[in-house]
Design a protein around this ligand. Structure first.
Ligand SMILES: [Zn+2]
Length: 277
């Protein structure tokens, strides 16, 4: 029943596969005899499907990049990094998937039960492989003569979001710092810092840049500007609400992104402002 997943070219030798379950994106960047795959989907079966889609485009060995630790971006690592090669991630992502893998797995299972119950069971058994090459601020990868830059621009969707810039193709892979087709997810987020991080991401873009969000359709600079404005508005609503001692539910009701997503954000923001996060 599921249609075969395929990559579509979004820039010179940069391809995006938009996977129907959770509407999540994986990005393939080709260099001379080498390739980078950004994010690896959630289950072994999904990762096998992704590997086949990669092989339809290139036989090159894959370097993996994880935009952040969430299961829909990392749990395919073991299938796609076989034989094992470099897996890049923020230092906090490497630590989390190495030292707290079973806690991450439990959180993934609980979330999948809500959002994608058909894959929840698979998450209990998929081998979790942590990044073995870490980024703290910025790392430039030489992809067979092509520069691909990994940036850590600050906390946002999580405390370890990487942004992948392919300057010669004018493509920025934003991970879940940018979300299309649904509200941003705040469960592990830092809503008071997220706007500044997206502002830094915007400085990598031009009006012609293709931005690959973690989920949904590829967008342009204007879409990211709009999301930045909403995140900044949310930031202020949270700060005002906290200063007034307003209940989180009341603040969320008038916040951007809808009351459900916003409530998670307001609670995270309040926790941060009270020094509990
Ligand atoms: Zn995420």
């Amino acid at each position: 029943m599921p249609s075969r997943a395929e990559f579509a070219e979004v820039g010179d030798d940069v391809y995006v596969l938009r996977y129907p379950v959770l509407d999540v994106n994986a990005t393939l960047i080709l260099g001379d005899g080498e390739a980078i795959l950004v994010d690896t989907l959630a289950t072994a079966a999904q990762a096998e499907e992704l590997a086949a889609a990669v092989r339809a485009i290139t036989p090159a060995a894959l370097t993996i990049v994880n935009t952040h630790h969430h299961f829909d971006h990392t749990f395919g690592n073991a299938v796609l990094s076989s034989p094992p090669r470099a897996i890049w991630g923020h230092a906090s992502v490497a630590g989390l998937l190495r030292d707290r893998a079973e806690a991450v797995r439990r959180a993934a299972y609980e979330e999948a039960l809500r959002l994608a119950p058909s894959i929840a069971e698979d998450l209990l058994t998929v081998p979790i492989m942590a990044p073995n090459a870490t980024v703290r601020h910025e790392s430039t990868l030489d992809l067979g003569g092509r520069a691909v830059i990994l940036y850590y621009l600050g906390r946002g969707h999580t405390d370890g979001d990487l942004v992948v810039h392919v300057p010669d193709a004018d493509v920025v892979v934003a991970g879940d710092l940018v979300e299309e087709g649904a509200a941003p997810a705040f469960d592990d987020a830092y809503p008071l810092e997220w706007p500044e991080t997206v502002a830094a991401l915007l400085r990598l873009t031009t009006p012609a840049t293709s931005v690959v969000p973690g989920h949904g359709a590829v967008v342009g600079q204007n879409f990211v500007r709009g999301q930045h404005e909403e995140l900044a508005a949310l930031d202020w609503v949270i700060r005002d609400g906290h200063a007034d001692g307003a209940p989180a539910e009341r603040v969320a009701a008038k916040a951007p992104f809808g009351p459900e997503a916003a409530l998670v954000a307001v609670r995270r923001g309040y926790a941060e402002l009270s020094g509990r996060l």
